[in-house]
Write a protein that binds this ligand. Structure first.
Ligand code: ADE
Length: 235
């Protein structure tokens, strides 16, 4: 396995590169790719920046130029369900681009000419991510929960209750909202690369989200990402 590890922001990946051995850095297309050994795994870490196009480009380059065989996206997300709380972790079983709507040519959410709307993550990577997350959360105060299910991505930061309500009406199984995962899913689906997405909930995707998101990203996100990925790479 050669594992590509993508996060949108530096805070979501902090510490991982410091933990790498035999590091080789390469800049390509305005991103820095860091290859090396991460515990037992041959890995390439990179920051995609925010949004679906940025994430899709990064995933494509990881595969085509850096020859990764698997991809994991790790970062934060807004809650998409009342049962999913700030500090909980969501591991995606499937991902949908919530702003994809080519109707009436194709059903809402379907990616034109692929026949896909919800793209399933790789079962084995997802199982391993969930195990790593569960192990990490056991040591955390206030018993945060692990959830597995649907994550929706779009080029919008969800910050109004009504915005989330409309999404939830259309996607009742929704657990979390973010801005990259489903784009990585499409690239990996099309290139035949197994992938997983893991997200820590930073906010409730409501009017408080901008403040909660910033605070969580600065104070908590890197500790979570580091802890979970360490467990993942060691198993
Ligand atoms: N990532 C973290 N919180 C988010 C939100 N509320 N909307 C979209 N992406 C997010």
């Amino acid at each position: 396995m050669r594992l590509g590890i993508i996060s949108a922001l530096a805070e979501e990946q902090m510490g991982l590169i410091d933990a790498m051995q035999h590091v080789e850095k390469q800049v390509h297309g305005m991103r820095e790719y860091t290859a090396g050994k991460l515990w037992d795994i041959d890995a390439v870490c990179v920051l995609s920046r925010i949004g679906k196009v940025a994430a899709a480009m990064t995933a494509s380059i990881l595969v085509e130029k850096f020859r990764v065989t698997h991809i994991v996206f790790t970062g934060v997300a807004g809650s998409g369900d009342v049962g999913v709380r700030v500090g909980d972790i969501v591991v995606a079983e499937s991902l949908v681009q919530h702003d994809m709507d080519a109707s009436p040519l194709f059903p809402r959410f379907e990616i034109p000419l692929t026949g896909q709307s919800h793209i399933a993550s790789d079962r084995d990577l997802t199982r391993r991510l969930a195990l790593a997350a569960r192990e990490f959360l056991q040591e955390e105060p206030d018993t945060p929960q692990l959830h597995r299910g649907l994550i929706a991505s779009g080029d919008q930061f969800i910050k109004h209750r009504a915005q989330l309500g409309a999404l939830k009406d259309a996607l009742p199984d929704l657990l979390a909202v973010e801005m990259e995962g489903a784009a990585v899913a499409q690239v990996c689906f099309e290139l035949g690369i197994p992938f997983g997405v893991i997200r820590t909930i930073s906010d409730n995707a409501n009017e408080d989200a901008p403040v909660d998101f910033m605070e969580f990203v600065h104070k908590v996100a890197s500790r979570y990402a580091f802890g979970v990925l360490q467990n993942f790479c060691r198993t």
